[in-house]
Structure formats: structure tokens, C-alpha cells
Design a protein around this ligand. Structure first.
Ligand code: CAA
Length: 265
């Protein structure tokens, strides 16, 4: 498959996204800076389409926000009853059955889940705010490069909601159950510096140095054979859910594929 996604420039702009592909690195930029990159269903649909259409030669997918902030989360107009007829308005969906709403949220969750595809490694570059759906988007990436003054906040409980965009599992994996609960239940701000200390961020740097840190990370992530890195990502992802014996079997099975790939048979 080609590395060039099929979305037109107009479709990308309508979704509030920018896409660039440079060699084996694709960069998806949330591009609604006037509303601090707030997220709407058409943005999620666009992101899902990009991630599905990226070619097999893409090794790293970078997710970042335009205008010095990552994302202010859900576009709050979607919770405004006065705009109930607008695309994806959550109040309007309440006329549907529970199952229909559950099915709709499953569609919204797709791009968040696709970020864990073992074909590539996903890296969130976070500066400014990562609130609610923005925090979850960063969590769904494999790795986070974070400005020391970035501000994460899981705002959903403060709004009477739960985080439902695939962020709860990676949050628990990153910081453990107790810290995850404390962060979510209090809806407090976690600084970039703290994110580094508690294992939420893999790299913390001043905002001006994020691009340099990203370049170094990309170089390291792409230095070794793609097939070995993808298969290792898959092994590590599935390890927590497997018994030791099942994980040993998965390692052996994956290694046979690597042997054959290396030997060309
Ligand atoms: N939705 C829609 N518009 C938003 C927005 C959002 N989430 N966040 C910011 N904006 C808009 C503001 O209304 C403002 O618009 P105008 O210029 O027309 O007034 C513009 O973006 C700039 O915002 P600020 O002036 O507030 O910018 P700031 O830099 O001073 O503050 C901010 C930035 C801290 C992100 C602040 O805007 C803010 O707190 N935004 C709301 C964050 C929020 O509550 N998000 C929802 C979280 S819950 C979720 O995401 C998941 C879920 O499922 C519910």
C-alpha cells in the first residue's frame, strides 16, 4: 500500500487535520487552533481513515497539535443543547437507544484504538494543554514526548462523565491503578514535569527542544529492522493479558517468523 493517504486537502481541512508523510514518518496534526484543537466526530473519522490508509512502510506516526497546544479535548459545543442539531451532538443522541449510543461511541473510539496498531510506533508530542479527549489521545500513543510546562487533565469526571475514548487502559498501564484513580477522580492538572516522574512521559524537555527530542526518538525507533520492531511491539502489548506460558508460546511463535524472514524462507 502507498504511504500517501487518499484524503484530499479539502477533506483534511474539513476534518481539522493536517497530514505529512516524510519517508517512514507520518505526522498527523490536529489543526483547529482557534478552539485549541478541540475534537469533533469528523476529526475522529478523518484520523481513523488516515491511520487505516497509511502504507506498510510507515514506521512512526507522530500526533501533535497546531498553535502550541495539544488538544483542549472534546469540542464543548457537542454538549450544548442549543446546538442539538449539529453534527454528532451528544444531547441529540439521547433520543437513540442505549445500544445505538454504545455503537456510536465505538465508532468514535476507532482512531484512538488504531494508534496501538503494531505496524507502526505512535508518538504524541504534547505541549500546552492535553485535556479530556486530548489527554486520552496522548495516552493512546505508544510514547509521549512532553514539554515540561504541558498540562494534562482528565476532565471528564468533573463534567459528570467518564473517560470513554480508550484512555483508561493505557493510563493504568502507565502509572498504575491508584495513581490513575487519583488523577481521574480529582480531575487535577498533571504537569509535564510530573508526567515524566510518574511514567506518563518518556521524554520531558523545554517546549523549544521538543522537535530535537522527537528527531532523536524517531532516529532511534527506526534504526532496526521494521519487522522485528513491529513483532516486539505486539509481544509487549499483549504480555499483561497473557499467562507466562502463553507469553512464552507467543515469543517462540514470533521468533519462528523472524527466523524465516531473516533466512528468506
Ligand atoms: N471546545 C470548544 N471550544 C474550545 C474548547 C473546547 N474544548 N477549548 C477552548 N475552546 C475555545 C474557547 O471557547 C475560545 O474560543 P473564543 O476565542 O471564541 O472565545 C478559544 O478556544 C480559546 O480558548 P481560551 O481563551 O479559553 O484559551 P486559553 O489558552 O486561555 O485556555 C484551555 C485554554 C485551558 C484549554 C481552556 O480553553 C479550557 O479549559 N477549555 C475547555 C477544556 C475542556 O473542558 N474540555 C473538555 C474536556 S472533557 C473531554 O474532552 C472528553 C469527553 O468525552 C467529555
Amino acid at each position: 500500500m502507498s504511504t500517501i493517504a487518499t484524503m484530499t486537502a479539502d477533506e483534511l481541512a474539513h476534518a481539522g487535520l493536517r497530514l505529512s508523510v516524510d519517508g517512514v514518518v507520518a505526522t498527523i496534526t490536529l489543526d483547529r487552533p482557534a478552539v485549541r484543537n478541540a475534537q469533533v466526530p469528523r476529526l475522529w473519522a478523518g484520523m481513523a481513515r488516515i491511520l487505516r490508509e497509511l502504507g506498510d512502510d510507515v514506521r512512526v506516526v507522530v500526533v501533535r497539535g497546531a498553535g502550541g497546544t495539544f488538544s483542549a479535548g472534546l469540542d464543548l459545543s457537542l454538549l450544548d443543547p442549543a446546538q442539538a442539531e449539529e453534527e454528532g451532538n451528544f444531547i441529540a443522541t439521547l433520543a437513540s437507544s442505549d445500544q445505538e449510543i454504545i455503537d456510536q461511541i465505538a465508532i468514535y473510539q476507532e482512531p484512538f484504538a488504531l494508534l496501538s496498531d503494531p505496524r507502526f510506533i505512535t508518538v504524541a508530542v504534547v505541549e500546552g494543554h492535553a485535556i479530556g479527549a486530548g489527554f486520552q489521545l496522548a495516552l493512546c500513543c505508544d510514547l509521549r514526548i512532553v514539554a515540561d510546562d504541558a498540562r494534562f487533565c482528565m476532565k471528564e469526571p468533573a463534567l459528570g462523565l467518564v473517560p470513554d475514548l480508550v484512555g483508561t487502559k493505557p493510563l493504568v498501564a502507565a502509572v498504575g491503578y491508584a495513581r490513575a484513580l487519583e488523577i481521574c477522580a480529582s480531575a487535577r492538572v498533571v504537569s509535564g514535569a510530573e508526567a515524566g516522574e510518574i511514567g506518563l512521559a518518556q521524554v520531558v524537555a523545554p517546549a523549544a527542544e521538543l522537535d530535537g527530542a522527537l528527531a532523536a526518538m524517531v532516529e532511534a525507533l527506526t534504526a532496526h529492522p521494521h519487522g522485528a520492531v513491529s513483532a516486539t511491539k505486539a509481544l509487549l502489548q499483549d504480555a499483561p493479558a497473557r499467562s507466562l506460558d502463553d507469553q512464552r508460546l507467543a515469543e517462540r511463535t514470533a521468533q519462528v517468523k523472524r527466523f524465516r524472514a531473516l533466512a528468506g524462507r
